[in-house]
Design a protein around this ligand. Sequence first.
Ligand SMILES: Nc1ncnc2c1ncn2[C@@H]1O[C@H](COP(=O)(O)OP(=O)(O)O)[C@@H](O)[C@H]1O
Ligand SMILES: [Mg+2]
Length: 375
Amino acid sequence: MDKLDQAAEPGYGGGDEPQSQGNPNGLAGPAGSSPQPGPPSPQGVGLTSEAQGGQRPKPEDLTEGAKASAVADLGEDGAKASAVALGGTEGGPPKKKAPNGVSVMIVEGGNGPMTAAKASEAAPPPTLLAIESLSFYFGDNKVLKGVDMPVRANSITSLIGPSGCGKTTLLRCLNRMHDLYPNNRYEGRIVMEGRNILDKGEDLIGLRSRLGMVFQKPTPFPMSVYDNIAYGLKLKKITNKPLVRELVEKALRQANLWEEVKDRLKESALGLSGGQQQRLSIARSLAVGPAVLLFDEATSALDPISSAKVEEMMVELKKEVTMVVVTHNMQQAARISDYTALMWLGSLIEYGETIDIFTRPKQKMTEQYVAGNFG
Ligand SMILES: Nc1ncnc2c1ncn2[C@@H]1O[C@H](COP(=O)(O)OP(=O)(O)O)[C@@H](O)[C@H]1O
Ligand SMILES: [Mg+2]
C-alpha cells in the first residue's frame, strides 16, 4: 500500500464523505466575520483535540481566512476538477541590475525569457481577464476609480502600490469576493471568456473555483494533509478514490510540497511549518483546477526561504495557471512577474511589462515609486 493509499483509507478521514458542507456557502456566511477585506483574522482556530485528530471542521473551527478560502476554493456540485498537468522546473534565473537600483531577476517562463529586447518583440499572451472601466464602492466610498487593464494568460501580473491604494480591493473584484459582504457595488466590466463576470446572474461558487484566492495567512483546515486537498474534490462530488489520490498528489506536486509531505499525508496539516501550510493552501486551490490564482501578500508572513519556495512554485505554475499577485515587495514583483500594475489612490497609474515598469516607466510617479521615493 503506498502513502496515498494509506492516507485515503477510512480512519484517516480520507474515505469519509464531507459533512454538511455540500454547499460551501455553509462555511462562508459573513455572519460574525469582519467586513474588512484585509488579511484574514489572526485569531486562533479554536481547535479541539478531536478536530486535530482529523475530524471535519465545523464552521466555527475555521478562521475567517479559512472560511473565505473555502468559499474561494470550492465550487459546488457538477463541475469536474480538471486534472492539471505538472509543470517543469525552470533554470536558475540570472539577475539584472535595473538603473534605479532594484535588482530585477530575469525569469525564464512560459512566455519566453523576459529580457528587455525579447519582451517587446514577442506577441503578448492573450488576455484572459479584461478589466474595463472598473470602479468599486464600499458603501459611498469609491475606492477603485475606473481601472482598465488586461490580465494576460499564463503570466504573473503584480499589483503594486502604497498601502491603501486599492490592490486588495481590485484583486477581490476578480472573483467577486466582495459579494460576501453587504453594501458593495461594482461599476464597469470584467470580461472573461466573453462574459462579464460582474453580471448579476454570474454563478459565484463556480467563479470562485475558477479563480482561487490565496491569503496572507495560510488557511489549513484542521484535518490531515491529505484531507485538506481532498476536501474540495469531495465537495465537487469527486469521490472515486484512485482519481482523488491522483489529484491530491498532482496538486501537492504543483504546489512544490509533495516531497516534503509524502510521508506525512495522514498527519494534521496544523503541524506543518508556516511556509508548508501556505503551499498546502495553494495546493487545495489547485486541486479543483482553477484557471486563475489570486495571491494577496501571500508570502509576506513567510521567512525568506519559505517565500522563495512559493515564488519558485509560482513561476513553474505559469504554464497551467494565470496569476495575479498583490505585493508590497517590489523586488518580488520584479523577480517573478511578467506584468506589473502600479496603483495609487484607487487609480491605475501605469501597467506594462515588468521590465519596462522597473527600467523605463512612462509615468514620473512610477519612476519615483519604483525608485523607493515614496510609499
Ligand atoms: N470594508 C471596507 N469598507 C470601507 N473602506 C474600505 C474597506 N476595506 C478597505 N477600504 C478602503 O479601501 C481603500 C483600499 O484598501 P485596500 O484595497 O485594502 O488597499 P491595499 O490592499 O492597496 O492596501 C483604503 O482606503 C481602505 O481604507
Ligand atoms: Mg491589501
